[in-house]
Design a binder for this molecule. Structure first.
Ligand code: ZN
Length: 383
């Protein structure tokens, strides 16, 4: 019911009953409990109008002051933190450079706590004011157990990162794969609002994916689903950073493009900027490398559409200035490779945003999980 209220912003009890398929009496009882627990409140603003009878209706909304939560996005080079109230209104945001790209678990905990401390201080808060912390990290994460099987940010495998952090912050920590949190952010704040079945594909250091099915994130049984970057596009193909061969990422990831570009002894591209500029200047090899990456990516996109048949695909990331993966040519190729039927094809939207928006997805996850915990506590106390 909290989610219905959150999704609506402001909503009358009778409309909650309709949306939740519950009786008005049940809704009145539950909303009274939620009001008593301080999670929701009646709106002080002008009441909603009853369309039929013109009678004013009292609207309910989430009580912003109920809880403060933080969202952290751990990227290759930085930790981005957003702190919001329970309505999702931003209080403060910080970005902090990480000491190293890959760290021991203890060092990563130190760095995450340092970034949280800095953000709290910037907002005139302390860590103790937070009711929950959502954290997005790249890699294979079991969100139910807050457990990291593998991450490019960690020097070790199988890290109980959630528990390590919870021992030091005294509030619940909710860990998830970063692409899943982008999907959540898109669902709540972005291009996926009011869309129940969509796919988000993130292109950063690696290629990630978030799957939203019937309004919920699909994570797979072990929490390892949606590894789009490691779907195979070539039998015995190029070597991927995961150790296997033929992964999509081994053809479109930064490292893969540079590896290919620098095979030629006459070129020494230090970064993707340099390769992109060379292609822009008409250099044939650079152009062919980006062109192939675009076609590989189009093939991956077509595979995704052929499996999931979503209504929308959102290409999301900070590096959208490199348009070789998002060009009209790539999208046209994808369209040619999907199954052809007499029905509209999925829409593809490109949404460029920075790490802070990913962190905002982590706050949305924290809000949802803190809500669940609070509702469970209420039920336990009532029972
Ligand atoms: Zn791989």
């Amino acid at each position: 019911m909290l989610e219905t209220i959150r999704a609506a912003g402001r909503i009358a009890r009778i409309d909650i009953a309709k949306a939740a398929g519950a009786s008005p009496a049940t809704v009145t009882a539950i909303t009274s409990e939620l009001i008593a627990a301080g999670l929701i409140e009646e709106c002080a603003d002008p009441p909603l109008q009853d369309a039929k009878r013109g009678r004013p209706r009292v609207a309910l909304k989430i009580r912003g002051g109920a809880h403060l939560v933080a969202g952290v996005k751990v990227s290759h080079h930085a930790a981005s933190v957003v702190i919001t109230d329970f309505e999702g209104t931003e209080i403060t945001a910080r970005e902090m450079r990480l000491a190293e790209n890959r760290m021991t678990p203890a060092k990563l905990c130190d760095e995450i706590l340092r970034s949280l401390d800095e953000a709290c201080a910037a907002g005139g808060l302390s860590l103790g004011d937070l009711s929950g912390i959502g954290i997005g990290i790249a890699g294979l994460v079991d969100a139910r157990r807050n457990f990291v099987y593998w991450s490019s940010s960690l020097r070790e495998r199988n890290v109980d990162l959630g528990r390590m952090l919870e021992a030091r912050v005294h509030c619940p920590v909710f860990l998830d794969n970063d692409a899943n949190l982008v999907a959540k952010a898109e669902h709540i704040f972005g291009e996926g609002r009011n869309v129940d079945n969509f796919i988000v594909i993130t292109v950063e250091h690696g290629v990630g994916m978030g799957i939203v099915l019937d309004g919920r994130i699909y994570r797979g049984v072990r929490g390892c689903g949606a590894e789009f970057g490691h779907t195979k596009v070539q039998l015995e193909g190029a070597l991927c950073q995961c150790g296997q061969r033929g992964c999509l990422e081994a053809y479109v990831g930064d490292y893969a493009l540079l590896r290919e570009a620098n095979l030629n002894s006459e070129t020494d591209h230090k970064d993707i900027d340099s390769l992109f500029a060379a292609a822009g200047a008409g250099e044939e090899i650079a152009g062919s490398i980006l062109d192939r990456a675009g076609r590989m990516f189009a093939m991956g996109l077509a595979n995704v559409v052929n499996i999931f048949d979503p209504s929308l695909i959102i290409l999301s990331g900070a590096q959208l200035n490199y348009d070789f993966l998002y060009s009209d040519k790539v999208i046209d190729q994808m369209k040619r490779w999907i199954v052809q039927v007499d029905a509209p094809i999925p829409e593809v939207k490109v949404h460029g945003w920075g790490d802070l928006m990913w962190a905002k997805g982590a706050t949305a996850y924290a809000i949802e999980e803190v809500s669940n915990l609070t509702v469970r506590e209420l039920a336990a106390n009532a029972g």
